[in-house]
Write a protein that binds this ligand. Structure first.
Ligand code: ATP
Length: 193
């Protein structure tokens, strides 16, 4: 008897730092689609983006490991960090499809990324490889022709940009972070001016 394919969702992002909104979104996606695994893939940040916040890939990876340590279905994958330059999502998705040829692949993103997706490189190749799982961030994301689309409900207010701003000014708005991530940030003095 053949088994149904494993459902693996790729969750790409800068994760600078990973926050409870990311974990919340991953959990909603897992429950809504019956995922077997969510693979968090921190991206390499392109040099022109790191000017003000040079958080290393190693630190972002470590914070993801801390934040997902208790989650059995979460995997942190350093694939993009080992690529020679910033990776395009379609290439990463195709690499995952080669690595897991029998799996049903998904890509998790927030509504902001869903809006930007048509401007990514080769979105049609990404759309061929994965189904999209989208959580609204503000306006309700709309389905689009040619994209397999699953909307998950349950907004979360966290934002990495807001978190970095707050940390650089004071220590107190850390409620959107896992306590182990807060310790890591304080110990390594990340996001300080
Ligand atoms: P910033 O606030 O700086 O944009 P971010 O958390 O959105 O940070 P990433 O770490 O790159 O940046 O996010 C990874 C993915 O998680 C993206 O697809 C983003 O849309 C999604 N995401 C992050 N926070 C939320 C949220 N609160 N609700 C829905 N999606 C989110």
């Amino acid at each position: 008897m053949s088994h149904p394919p494993r459902k693996i969702a790729i969750f790409g992002g800068t994760f600078d730092p990973v926050h409870l909104g990311h974990i919340h979104l991953a959990g909603l996606a897992k429950a809504a689609l019956g995922l077997d695994e969510v693979r968090f893939l921190p991206c390499r940040i392109s040099p022109h983006k790191t000017a003000s916040i040079p958080t290393s890939g190693g630190d972002r990876y470590e914070m993801l490991r801390l934040a997902t340590a208790e989650i059995p279905w979460a995997v942190v994958d350093d694939y993009e960090l080992h690529q020679p330059g910033p990776s395009y999502s379609f290439e990463t998705a195709e690499a995952m499809a080669r690595k897991f040829p029998a799996a049903r692949l998904f890509w998790i993103m927030g509504g902001d990324q869903w809006e930007a997706l048509p401007r990514w490189k080769h979105p049609e190749r990404l759309a061929k490889t994965v189904e999209f799982i989208v959580l609204a961030r503000g306006d309700a994301p709309q389905p689009r022709d040619g994209y397999r689309f699953h909307l998950v409900h349950g907004e979360h207010p966290a934002s990495a940009t807001a978190i970095r701003k707050v940390i650089s000014n004071s220590d107190d708005a850390l409620k959107w972070l896992d306590p182990a991530v807060v310790n890591f940030i304080q110990h390594h003095r990340l996001y300080r001016p």
